[in-house]
Design a protein around this ligand. Structure first.
Ligand code: ADP
Length: 602
């Protein structure tokens, strides 16, 4: 046990840092309330000692009054004081309860906003690592109650610490060995708490991914997105059973841990009880021999009994404090994650208009943990003022080049430049403002049509005309007009009166969002995937007007879309294998021509 304690104590400086940081967070969230809370705790800590001290005059006064046959005079003052002290105690308890509730809410909101800010700033690659999700899961789960628990235990440590020190002083007046015995009797309980705090932390770290998997099954069972498949393929029982099995596994382990803890606490409690009993026998013996007055005995009994309870509680509080700071370590680890894709200290201004073009030169990029590179020695020049199509089979690397252009990732080798300036020289935010993207799987915001489109550029206050023009270019105007509330209609099923759209309609809304942003670079990832073939040519001619004077990159696997572009680049296995206009590429009779004839048999 002592080795175990020693090894735990070595980690104490780190825990103390966590504790200091956690208290710093509490202070940031609500300085006024926290200061008031501290003062009240100090007073509350001192009150029990006043009660104990008043016990002696009250009991002695009582004994004297009974002996003298009814002279209650000397008893009145101490009894009245006792009443006042008890009343103040109640008042303070009530105030602290209120402060704690307010503090808990404020701290939780403060921590959630830190987590949200960190999540927004995190690299996209973080979202592809299970480790990141483990961190996020723990940070989020802990944020809801750990800071409150930490405050609770920290407050308890201060308050109980003050009371205990005062009680020990009272007890020491009966014999110097008594406080030492009392403290020693509480040590086993302390060891138990620390041991189990560490075991619970270890359990939590070990089981985070199991917990997340259970959570994922729960999500699959309860979300609209999976509901059709769950029904058609009758997957309900499969995930339901999976969920129950995982929860049972977690529960069994947790209960075994709790059982062990209860037993260990029981034996630790018995040892401290033994010490209290021995001290009491000693005091009664002294009273019987006339060495202590009945008032002294009452004082001693109260002080020792409270003191031993307090010593145990205090050490337990310390253990919990340790446990809470261990867990807050998760939060701080999460908050300490540093994005790798960063802006330079002195960025170049990103161009409002592209004059020359975008150049990918010898770019190599592999996704974190991927076995093969997505782009390999990839070179491509996209001149300004052109509509360029990028075609190729699934997995060729088409979307990856768009992601690199937005600097969601940085390539491991080579460079990407706009008008000769490497992307890494621009501020990330400014670079992204110069690009507008229709993502392959755009977000379906459960918001109004107008909001869904305006999200393309919240920095400007668009007139109705601009939103409508974007919708028209995206060919979304007709179905928007048919919605009961038109542009003010809510979309999605999350909230009341929301209308659900078809996949193609959602895509047009996303297209309108992309068009609303007046950016010099337009990237459209599969814009015509959900479009009727006969609408394609018409849509593209309208798009040509919108794209005039800008750079447009259309990623597509549809040759009927690609053929309308000014130039076409064929990508396969992370490289450009052919480039030219539709006619040139068909003429060349290479891969493009092969694919073209397989998609468009004569
Ligand atoms: P395309 O758009 O041409 O269909 P992508 O650019 O999306 O292809 O993908 C290129 C390759 O990179 C594929 O082999 C794909 O499996 C891989 N890939 C794409 N996204 C990721 C990712 N987030 N993490 C790991 N590998 C990825």
């Amino acid at each position: 046990m002592s080795n175990f304690l020693l090894s735990r104590l070595q980690g104490v400086p780190a825990q103390l840092r966590h504790l200091a940081r956690a208290l710093g967070l509490v202070w940031q969230a609500c300085p006024g309330l926290t200061a008031a809370w501290g003062v009240l705790l100090l007073v509350q800590g001192a009150l029990p000692v006043a009660t104990v001290y008043l016990t002696r005059p009250v009991v002695n006064g009582l004994v004297a009054a009974i002996r003298s046959g009814g002279n209650w005079g000397p008893l009145l003052l101490p009894a009245a004081l006792m009443g006042v002290v008890l009343l103040i105690g109640e008042l303070i308890r009530g105030s602290i309860r209120w402060i704690r509730t307010a503090q808990g809410d404020l701290v939780q909101d403060h921590i959630m906003s830190l987590i949200h800010r960190e999540s927004i700033a995190a690299d996209l690659s973080f979202y592809e690592s299970p480790d990141f999700y483990d961190h996020l899961h723990r940070a989020r789960a802990e944020a809801s109650y750990r800071p409150a628990a930490l405050l609770e235990t920290f407050g308890a440590v201060i308050q109980n610490g003050i009371t205990l020190i005062a009680m020990l002083a009272v007890i020491a007046s009966f014999g110097a060995w008594l406080p030492v015995a009392l403290l020693l009797s509480a040590l086993p309980a302390f060891a138990v708490v620390i041991r189990y705090a560490a075991m619970q932390h270890e359990f939590r770290m070990r089981t985070t991914s199991i917990e997340r998997r259970a959570w994922y099954y729960d999500w699959l069972l309860t979300t609209g997105e999976s509901a059709p498949e769950i029904r058609l393929f009758a997957l309900g029982d499969y995930f339901y059973t999976g969920y129950r099995k995982l929860r049972a596994r977690l529960r069994d382990e947790r209960l075994a841990l709790a059982r062990g803890q209860s037993l260990a606490e029981l034996s630790a409690g018995a040892s401290s009880l033994g010490v209290t009993a021995a001290a009491l026998v000693w005091a009664v013996w002294k009273t019987l021999h006339g060495l202590l007055s009945p008032g002294d005995l009452a004082l001693f009994y109260q002080a020792f009994q409270q003191g031993s309870g307090l010593a145990r509680t205090l050490l337990e509080n310390l253990g919990q404090l340790y446990q809470n700071s261990l867990f807050l370590g998760n939060l701080f680890e999460f908050l300490a994650l540093e994005p790798q894709v960063t802006s330079p200290e002195q960025p170049f201004p990103a161009p409002l208009r592209v004059h020359e073009g975008i150049v990918f030169s010898n770019v190599a990029f592999r996704y974190p943990d991927a076995s093969k590179p997505a782009l390999d020695d990839f070179s491509l020049r996209i001149p300004a003022g052109r509509i360029v199509a990028v075609v190729g089979p699934n997995g060729a690397g088409k979307s990856t080049l768009a992601k690199l252009l937005c600097r969601f990732y940085d390539p491991q080798a080579g460079s990407i430049s706009i008008d000769g300036v490497d992307l890494r020289n621009f501020s990330i935010a400014e670079l992204r403002r110069r690009i507008t993207v229709l993502f392959q799987q755009p977000v379906h915001y459960n918001a109004t049509v107008r909001e869904n489109i305006s999200f393309g550029d919240l920095s400007r206050d668009f007139t109705n005309g601009a939103v409508q023009a974007a919708a028209e270019t995206a060919d979304a105007e007709t179905f928007i007009r048919r919605l009961p509330d038109g542009y003010e209609n809510l979309l999605g099923h999350w909230f009341e009166k929301g209308a659900e759209l078809s996949v193609g309609e959602w895509q047009r809304i996303a297209l309108a969002r992309a068009f609303l942003r007046q950016a010099p670079i337009i990237v459209l990832d599969e814009p015509t995937a959900a479009m009727d073939p006969w609408a394609e040519a018409e849509w593209l001619s309208r798009f040509r007007e919108l794209a005039a004077g800008r750079i447009a990159i259309i990623i597509t696997h549809r040759f009927t879309t690609a053929m309308l572009a000014d130039e076409i680049h064929v990508i396969d296995e992370g490289r450009v294998i052919e480039s030219g206009s539709h006619a040139e590429l068909v003429e060349r009779a290479g891969r493009y021509a092969q694919w073209w004839s397989s998609q468009n048999p004569e």
